[in-house]
Design a protein around this ligand. Structure first.
Ligand code: HEC
Length: 235
């Protein structure tokens, strides 16, 4: 009994003396340093072997992210005029595309521009945003090039939609805006294009509104976010 007590006491003294060697003000022993320090280079780490000592490199000049295409028209009056003259909608005018465009238009634009594009959306009615023009405004004479340009850069009280929508989505919205303009002007109904058989319908390019892939609504703790299975990441 006595001897085991002494053994425990010795063990205690030994353990206490080991622990008491730890000093707060300086580096202590690391028993298994490999557990703490990776041998590979860490992301954004600083290492002398790299130019500028930085692990993170800038992409080569002129690199373009996957799925992204540069927009060649500048945010200037000249750029606007050039977009009006040259920028054409690459999507075929089909029933599916028009329906997809309507859906996106309702999400992004109708609050201000109104469901039929007369400029009397709910925010206009409540006088939160003023000066929203109807799409058939003669002075503005919008066309598919200017609509895309304005969505890309925004215009005064209207923000840019470049980061919220993909290229395809903007063209779908554009198509629907041009239909609304035509309806407001009482123009004849535009005929749908005959698309080639086997051609990829544009709606397959937009996972968020592709009927076969349900929209997933998840709570991320900061409110609800809506995502779809995979993201087309374009600007
Ligand atoms: C927050 C309200 C708001 C939203 C949302 C909004 N707009 Fe606008 N939009 C405006 C205002 C205000 C103007 C007039 C800007 C000006 O000329 O000062 C305008 C102007 C326009 C014009 C005319 C530009 C020209 O050539 O003079 C077009 C086309 C247009 N918007 C399209 C859209 C589309 C497409 C969407 C959705 C992607 C959208 N807007 C969303 C407020 C909005």
């Amino acid at each position: 009994m006595k001897s085991s007590f002494r053994r425990y006491l010795l063990l205690f003294i030994f353990a206490a003396s080991v622990i008491s060697c730890a000093e707060d003000s300086s580096r202590n022993y690391e028993y298994m340093p490999n557990m703490y320090h990776t041998v590979t280079y860490e992301t954004y780490g600083e290492y002398p072997v790299f130019e500028n000592g930085q692990e993170a490199k800038l992409p080569a000049e002129g690199s373009v992210p996957r799925g992204w295409m540069p927009y060649p028209y500048e945010n200037t009056p000249e750029g606007f005029a050039a977009a009006r003259a040259n920028l054409k909608n690459p999507l075929p005018y089909t029933e599916d595309n028009l329906a997809a465009g309507k859906q996106l238009y309702t999400i992004y634009c109708a609050v201000c521009h109104g469901d039929n594009g007369d400029g009397q959306g709910i925010l206009a009615e409540r006088e939160k945003i003023l000066g929203i023009p109807p799409y058939d405004d003669a002075g503005r004479n919008i066309n598919e090039g200017t609509v895309y340009h304005v969505m890309y850069y925004g215009l005064n009280n209207m923000g840019s939609y470049a980061s919220q929508t993909t290229i395809t989505e903007r063209w779908l919205i554009d198509q629907y805006v041009m239909k609304l303009k035509n309806d407001l002007q009482g123009g004849p109904e535009r005929e749908f294009d005959q698309t080639q058989r086997g051609a990829e319908p544009a709606r397959n390019l937009i996972p968020a509104i592709n009927a076969e892939k349900p929209i997933i609504v998840k709570d991320n703790g900061r409110g609800v976010s809506t995502t779809s299975g995979d993201q087309e990441n374009q600007n």
